[in-house]
Design a protein around this ligand. Sequence first.
Ligand SMILES: Nc1ncnc2c1ncn2[C@@H]1O[C@H](COP(=O)(O)OP(=O)(O)O)[C@@H](O)[C@H]1O
Ligand SMILES: [Mg+2]
Length: 275
Amino acid sequence: MPSSPSSSPTSKSEAPPPAAAGTADLVIRVRGLVTRFGRQTVHDGVDLDVRRGEVMGIVGGSGTGKSVLLKEIIGLMRATAGRVEVLGVDMLAADSATRRAVQGRWGVLFQDGALFSSMTVAENVMVALKEHTRLDPCLIQELARIKISMVGLPPDSCAKYPSQLSGGMRKRAGLARALALDPEILFLDEPTAGLDPIGAAAFDELIGTLQRSLGLTVVMVTHDLDSLYAICDRIAVLVDRKIKVGTIDMLLADPHPWIHDYFHGPRGRAAAVKR
Ligand SMILES: Nc1ncnc2c1ncn2[C@@H]1O[C@H](COP(=O)(O)OP(=O)(O)O)[C@@H](O)[C@H]1O
Ligand SMILES: [Mg+2]
């Protein structure tokens, strides 16, 4: 795949993580999170710190509660117990106005993050702008066009409906919508699922480029080892209903059986060779 020096991805795993931060630099702080559905315990004392400007990957087996954790962080689901702070706001205790203000400071691209099928790409991106701002309609259209070009979609995709786009283009359109309000934090749930390896690598590169140029903090659930190697500073692994956080190098040395198998299995070795 052609890539110019300016756009070539640098392996995050070679770079040191952002300097160890004081609590002031924490954009997300999860403490003692417990999640139960009936008799099933999904999380049993999960702690997670995400520092400003880092890319945090979240991995774990199927059904370990990755998507639920994201939803609890952004307030779409309520944990059974524990504390979630985002941008300094206690999400469980805050009043609705405070929560709404914080919600405008992040963007989300969900696993099943369907675009509205009856709206064009531009209209999809404009939804949040119309809801959260009082900008002039012409300006809103212009902003939507800018976001759509930022994610690498051609100008003619603005007027297209989701059904007229490829899977990779739909993901990009969803990303444009997530970026509509110039978020500080971007939450992604398996953004490369369903894409072919080249499409997935291009999407990773896009996330990395946007993260660096916009100074975003990114929290990304993924099972894609290539993504972890390409763009994540640290990785949170959901095992035994808790979270273990580390750099790839730390996790490569971790003796936990699931973590060992994940990073040293055939796909892990392939990703490490590419690195
Ligand atoms: N709303 C819900 N009600 C009951 N159980 C749920 C609900 N949402 C998720 N679960 C269960 O919680 C577990 C974790 O789900 P999820 O976070 O979606 O897993 P994954 O790590 O694959 O994203 C699963 O066993 C799932 O069945
Ligand atoms: Mg999930």
